[in-house]
Design a binder for this molecule. Structure first.
Ligand SMILES: [Cu+2]
Length: 169
C-alpha cells in the first residue's frame, strides 16, 4: 500500500491556492472606479454622482441603495429622453450581471445626492457607500471635478490606473 507524503512546500502551495476562494465568498466583488461629481452651484440642493460599477463575481448582484455622510439622502436615478423631453426616474434596484460593468454617467444612470451637509469645492473628496441586496457594501470616494475623468472605461492597459483592490474583509 502506498502512502502519500506531500512535501511541505507543496502542501503550502495548495493552501495558498485555496485562500482566494475563501476571501471571495465573504466580500462583494463589486468594484467602483472613476467616481466623480460635478461642482453644483451653492444654491443647488442636489448634485449628481457618476462612476463605473463592475461585477467581478460569477453571480449577478443587485444594487439597492447608496448613502454618504456628505449628503442627507441619495437615490439611484435613470435619466431618459422621451419625445424630446428629458426626465429622470428613481430606481429601487439595479441588477448587474456576472462580469458586467455599468456606467453611471451624464444623461444616464446617476446617483441623485440631495442636501449636501457642507459646501463642496472643486477637488473635494467624500465617502460614498453602495449597498447590495445580499447585505454586502462597497465603500469608495467620490471627487468633485469639472468634468468626467479621462480614464479608460475598460480594463486599463496603461500604468496610470490602480490595479484591482482586494477587499480586506
Ligand atoms: Cu436624478
Amino acid at each position: 500500500m502506498t502512502k502519500y507524503i506531500l512535501p511541505k512546500a507543496m502542501s503550502l502551495a495548495l493552501i495558498l491556492q485555496a485562500l482566494p476562494l475563501v476571501a471571495q465568498s465573504q466580500s462583494t466583488d463589486a468594484r467602483v472606479t472613476n467616481a466623480w461629481a460635478g461642482l453644483a452651484p451653492p444654491t443647488m440642493a442636489m448634485n449628481a454622482g457618476y462612476f463605473s460599477l463592475s461585477n467581478h463575481s460569477d453571480k449577478g448582484i443587485v444594487l439597492v441603495s447608496a448613502d454618504s455622510p456628505a449628503y442627507e439622502s441619495i437615490e439611484i436615478h435613470q435619466s431618459q429622453l422621451e419625445d424630446g423631453i428629458a426626465s429622470m426616474r428613481m430606481l429601487k434596484s439595479l441588477a448587474i450581471e456576472s462580469h458586467e460593468q455599468v456606467q453611471f454617467e451624464s444623461g444616464g444612470l446617476h446617483l441623485m445626492m440631495r442636501k449636501p451637509v457642507s459646501n463642496m469645492s472643486l477637488g473635494d473628496r467624500f465617502a460614498v457607500q453602495l449597498h447590495f441586496d445580499d447585505g454586502s457594501a462597497v465603500d469608495f470616494e467620490m471627487q468633485v471635478l469639472k468634468s468626467m475623468p479621462q480614464v479608460n472605461k475598460s480594463e486599463p492597459s496603461g500604468a496610470h490606473q490602480e490595479h484591482h483592490h482586494h477587499h480586506a474583509m
